[in-house]
Design a protein around this ligand. Structure first.
Ligand code: GLN
Length: 494
């Protein structure tokens, strides 16, 4: 087995016992990137020399006998909307194509502190608006299980990097599904933490009341370990939670019996793939055997989630993106007067989906429409949150599909924004309620594509998610492939 195929815990153990160095580990991932990247294109920026420099520094510290974090020397990839000081951070937008942030996001600071080598910055939908990476201003990332299909989005590059073994871990951001949906489409674990659990400082804002940074990993323990590093209060983010960070890895050892699981009943499951619906039943049965109490749970306001989200998120975006005017930083379109310059900068710098969101958001916030749209959507958001509060009075954890279907074809929904929005139908309400949610690989579809199921817990109960996910991981079918086939498949069967 090559180093790039090993779990993070195994890599950490090997480095600790000095059987391998971080330089060797990092080189293994860099070699893998050389081999795989031309097929899938997951990275916007590669940082091999930076990675090796960090790795050799960690190796020196280890030889010195320094006390190191378990993640020291373990490389990772970071979504390109997370600020990396001195290193280009584009948000996959022309408007930030040459933007070099002068400071680090708090999560990157933490990563540097423990000595995790950065392999590169990953591709995404422009400003994290999308579900396929097709909205990247630069190129589309391909799904490694079938190169003609999308990897999901907006954190598609990060999901692909981990699922192909180009990185053992990656960071994404989830505003309304952007970690969980690509995790489902690429067959790996992706966590949206509770709103406030991880600092957003330095995450380029899309919709500030919804954005959260979270990890991608190949197994629940690796995912838990990375969250343990990222989570915690940050004085630079006033919405970050001041409470203690529990031991997520150790919480996986807690006993599970007696836990009550609510199977989410979607009122309209017309577009849901029957094989995915079956998988929910199968996993529920498995949990029942383990002594879990299983029952259906209705979330009466779920139907309104998508409508509320597509008013609230664009409203916040229209305000957040007002800062890109060509004056302070980023692309400047030129022009002979200021109005002209603003309109050329924004007209040429933003892609069509970003412009669509800015227009919807500006409209929803404008005088005369605010009450009818934005305010109404915020009221719906409160009702959705109440649905979760009610459900969690009865259940410890909720389960449902992460996505209604496995990955779709590149181009299939690109010209139909509404169809694209509908692919997030299962991810939106968790985000509006601010609760944590983890996508867990749940099997292979008969069309040879992986898909995931989503577990949702009450606020700050991420440990419970890892615990249940680990039970499913240990009981997974050993015959199912964990990684995409080595010979990248083009034009898969339907
Ligand atoms: N696909 C959703 C959107 O386009 C969610 C994106 C995200 O979570 N960043 O808004």
């Amino acid at each position: 087995m090559e180093l790039y195929q090993k779990t993070v815990f195994e890599l950490s153990r090997l480095m600790n016992s000095r059987e391998v160095s971080s330089v060797e580990v990092t080189q293994s991932f860099l070699d893998r990137i050389k081999e795989v990247e031309p097929h899938v294109r997951a990275f916007i920026t590669h940082t091999p020399s930076m990675a090796l420099e960090t790795a050799s520094l960690v190796d020196k510290k280890r030889l010195n006998g320094d006390n190191l974090h378990p993640l020291a020397g373990v490389p990772l990839a970071i979504k390109d909307n997370i600020s990396t000081g001195g290193l280009r951070t584009t948000c996959a937008s022309k408007i930030l194509e040459n933007y070099i942030p002068p400071y680090d996001a708090t999560v990157f600071k933490l990563i540097k502190q423990v000595g995790m080598p950065l392999l590169g910055k990953t591709n995404m939908d422009e400003f994290a608006m999308g579900s396929s990476t097709e909205n990247s201003a630069f190129f589309t990332t391909r799904n490694p299980w079938d190169l003609e299909k999308v990897p999901g989005g907006s954190s598609g590059g990060s999901a692909v990097a981990v699922s192909t073994g180009m990185a053992p871990l990656a960071l994404g951001s989830d505003t309304g599904g952007s970690i969980r949906q690509p995790a489902s489409f690429c067959g790996l674990y992706g966590l949206r933490p509770t709103y406030g659990r991880v600092s957003r400082y330095g995450l380029i804002a899309f919709a500030s009341s919804l954005d959260q940074i979270g990890p991608f990993a190949m197994n629940p323990a690796d995912c838990a370990l990375l969250l343990e590093l990222l989570a915690g209060h940050d004085p630079l983010d006033s919405t970050s939670y001041p409470g203690k960070v529990p031991g997520y890895v150790s919480s996986m050892e807690e006993r599970l019996d007696g836990m009550k699981v609510g199977v989410i009943k979607h009122s309209n499951e017309k577009g849901f793939d029957p094989e995915i619906k079956d998988a929910v039943t199968k996993i529920a049965n498995l949990l029942e055997k383990e002594g879990f109490a299983i029952d259906q749970v209705e979330m009466p306001r779920t139907d309104y989630g998508l409508g509320a989200y597509y008013l609230i998120a664009p409203s916040e975006a229209s305000s957040n993106l007002g800062r890109y005017d060509g004056v302070r930083y980023g692309f400047n379109g030129g022009g002979d007067n200021i109005e002209n310059m603003f309109s050329r900068t924004r007209g040429e710098g933003f892609g069509p989906e970003v412009k669509r969101r800015i227009m919807i958001g500006t409209y929803a916030l404008s005088a005369g429409y605010y009450d009818a749209y934005y305010l109404k959507a915020m009221k719906v958001r409160t009702l959705i949150r109440q649905d979760y509060e009610t459900a969690f009075k009865k259940f410890d954890i909720l389960i449902g599909p992460t996505t209604p279907t496995p990955a779709f074809k590149i181009g299939e929904k690109a010209d139909d924004p509404l169809e694209m929005y509908l692919s997030d139908i299962c991810n939106i309400t968790d985000a509006l309620a601010g609760v944590p949610s983890l996508s867990v690989p749940a099997g292979m579809h008969s069309n040879n594509m992986p898909f995931g199921l989503q577990f949702t817990a009450p606020p700050f109960c991420e440990g419970r998610l890892f615990n249940v996910a680990n039970y499913i991981y240990r009981n997974r079918d050993p015959l199912l492939p964990e990684r995409p086939p080595a010979s990248f498949r083009k034009g898969g069967t339907e």
